[in-house]
Design a protein around this ligand. Structure first.
Ligand SMILES: [Fe+2]
Length: 405
């Protein structure tokens, strides 16, 4: 489906889903119960440090202690990103995914101490809320007191989900709006990345894939339109093509896979229903329908194959590859529910962990055969998330996936 830039922009206007809505006005608040619960948990549970607020401003430190030994010849910079500011004005976000992104750089140089530098991504949201001393915008899972209406998704862009180098620029990635460009040395923000005319603010997911030839594929989701924006970027960081592909059901999609021929989307059963605040509440669990898999032809985005699998939900995919007869093999951390998204990541803001909501995904290898047939095999009967593959094998047959257990 070819789409004009004007239509793309109309998608963008709706892509916030809740654009135009604003939160209810609150009167004077007594103690925020979520903040109080978190502080109580933090007093006794060191694990909660991972959900605590990081101090603002850039930070430089030299590692005082290094356990083990760095492999010889290992040198470079490890960048990471994650939510790190959850509280302002004594009010705490309700969902882990809401925290403002902080990008870290660990510099590894043989024979020298490891150094760490971190800095919040200075999104428009971050800058405005630093100024105001309170949260101003509804976010993915929260509606702060007296929050404002949004004009578009970048108003709530927390740039907190992952990080990627593209042709020498560091991108702090979210999924509902723009990539945020940073200076890779200083971690200072340069601003929202605009890939081309008319493409400002379109959703750009946090999990782009780099083909062996260096070109980059990504997607952004417009679930209320049952549509995806597909991005194809050259190894030189220049946009090759962006376009809208319709008729992909609006189940929340966080990650995807590529093969040498296809872009593969697994549409989980947390489905777009209607615009509500917070944005997460616009989705409802619906296991009366299949979990649709859509494979889009990289060479012709109008060509696709589909499979209907039993209902399920996922955040992350290991990878995929495709065989001569068109069979696709894809592995993912699959769950039969979305309770981590809807409950577990909310409990975490209170400092609570519940294995029954937080640890339900398992690694599964799905074989998608021609004609809509498929088979599934579960690897191991233990919790799995954050599958990773050797990036040199992106889209290619491989033997290994690494994951958190
Ligand atoms: Fe992710």
């Amino acid at each position: 489906m070819q789409t004009s830039r004007r239509e793309m922009l109309s998608i963008l206007a709706a892509a916030g889903g809740a654009a135009g809505l604003s939160g209810p006005a609150f009167g004077l608040l007594s103690t925020d119960p979520v903040l109080a619960a978190f502080e109580a948990a933090a007093a006794s549970d060191p694990w909660t440090l991972g959900m605590a607020d990081a101090p603002a401003g850039g930070r430089d430190a030299v590692a005082e202690r290094l356990q083990g030994r760095l492999p010889s010849g290992l040198s470079g910079v490890l960048h990471r990103n994650g939510p790190a500011r959850f509280t302002r004005n004594d009010w705490r976000y309700r969902h882990w995914f809401d925290g403002d992104g902080m990008v870290h750089a660990w510099r590894l140089t043989p024979g020298e101490p490891v150094t760490h530098h971190a800095r919040f991504v200075e999104t428009r949201k971050w800058l405005a809320e630093e100024d105001a001393g309170r949260f101003l915008m509804p976010t993915f899972g929260s509606v702060p007191p007296n929050s404002q209406g949004m004009r578009g998704p970048d108003d709530m862009n927390a740039a907190n989900t992952s990080v990627m180098m593209i042709d020498g620029a560091l991108m702090a990635l979210w999924e509902g709006g723009s990539a945020w460009e940073l200076d890779p040395d200083t971690l200072e923000s340069r601003g929202a990345k605009v890939w081309g005319e008319g493409l400002s603010g379109l959703p750009f997911s946090a999990h782009p894939k780099t083909d062996p030839d260096g070109t980059i594929w990504n997607f952004g989701q417009a679930p209320m339109q049952d549509a995806l924006v597909i991005w194809h970027i050259g190894a030189d960081g220049q946009l090759r093509r962006a376009d809208l592909v319709g008729d992909v059901p609006g189940g929340m999609i966080h990650d995807f896979a590529v093969t040498d021929r296809s872009l593969v989307f697994l549409v989980g059963n947390l489905m777009w229903d209607r615009a509500r605040l917070p944005y997460l509440d616009s989705f409802v669990w619906d296991d009366s329908r299949a979990m649709r898999v859509v494979a889009i032809d990289k060479a012709d985005w109008s060509q696709r194959r589909v499979w209907d699998l039993p209902p399920g939900f996922l955040f992350h995919i290991g990878g995929a590859w495709e065989e001569a007869d068109g069979t696709i093999r894809v592995d993912a951390a699959l769950s039969d529910n979305a309770r981590f998204a809807t409950e577990g990541a909310r409990d975490a803001m209170r400092g609570h962990v519940r294995p029954e909501t937080d640890s339900t995904s398992r690694m599964r290898l799905i074989t998608l055969r021609p004609g809509g047939r498929f088979e599934q095999a579960e690897f191991a009967d233990s919790y799995a998330e954050f599958p990773q593959i050797d990036p040199r094998y992106t889209g290619l047959e491989r033997r290994f996936t690494w994951h958190v257990g």
